[in-house]
Design a protein around this ligand. Structure first.
Ligand code: F6R
Length: 242
């Protein structure tokens, strides 16, 4: 694992954007694995700015998101599909037919199966990741087997409670209880993995991911075996690394 320590969130976002743009420019038909959450927001903004200013094209780029809540329509403001449109896709020249976010409606088992098939047919060139303070990647919480593929996740009560604040009036009954997530094996199959971690709340997870023994109790530690994984951490998130 290559570890890049930068000063702060802004520098992490700039460095990550540079790496993403290198891939997009060197292979205009690249398959990008994307993430939601607060971490990539600034990087996505920088990608939008670059597109506007320099015309980097996404016309033939395909994207594959890590995860989606189950039970939300694509147009629901808390769906990850909506998040991606508003933070990235709406301002790029991407063909929306090339955008893939697991579907949050219909038959969840069938959706998992078809997403796995899609990933097999479209090997990911770079997978972007954030990390949870407990070391989760995607919706793969501690205990998820390393050989997992896209699967249905029953969200933990603590996650449902944490996420309630993001829903309209914070009503817990509005938060979905299930999600679809790429598994750890899907993430490991990406040719390159880029994980961004910022803030002291991520320091323990970053240490577990990069330097502690590999364990399913810290899902991101699987990345120790990835042949091309880059971790970009700000000083706070990297504070426990040797
Ligand atoms: C997002 C995702 C999650 C987040 C993680 C960190 O698609 O799968 O694993 O990357 O929860 O979230 P933030 O960036 O909000 O700290």
């Amino acid at each position: 694992m290559k570890v890049i320590v930068v000063k702060n969130y802004e520098e992490a976002s700039q460095k990550a954007c540079e790496i993403m743009l290198d891939i997009v420019k060197s292979n205009p038909q690249a398959n990008l694995g994307l993430a939601t959450g607060s971490t990539p927001v600034r990087m996505y903004e920088l990608m939008r700015e670059d597109h506007k200013k320099n015309g980097t094209s996404y016309k033939d780029i395909k994207t594959f998101n890590l995860d989606e809540y189950f039970g939300l329509d694509q147009s629901h403001p808390q769906s990850y599909h909506y998040f991606m449109c508003h933070n990235l896709f709406n301002e790029l020249d991407i063909n929306m037919e090339n955008v893939h976010v697991p579907k949050g409606q219909g038959n969840i088992d069938e959706e998992c199966e078809s997403y796995n098939k899609l990933l097999q047919e479209n090997p990911i060139d770079i997978q972007l990741l954030g990390i949870g303070s407990n070391g989760h990647i995607g919706f793969n919480e501690p205990g998820t087997p390393f050989d997992s593929v896209t699967h249905k996740v029953d969200l933990k009560q603590s996650t449902i409670e944490d996420n309630a604040r993001l829903f309209f009036d914070g009503k817990i009954e509005d938060v979905p209880t299930q999600a679809v997530s790429m598994g750890i094996a899907n993430i490991m199959a990406a040719k390159k993995v880029l994980l961004i971690a910022c803030g002291e709340g991520k320091a323990k997870a970053v240490y577990g991911m990069a330097e502690a023994p590999k364990t399913i109790d810290l899902p991101a530690s699987a990345l120790q075996d990835h042949p091309d994984c880059i971790l970009i951490a700000d000083e706070a998130a990297a504070s426990l690394l040797k």
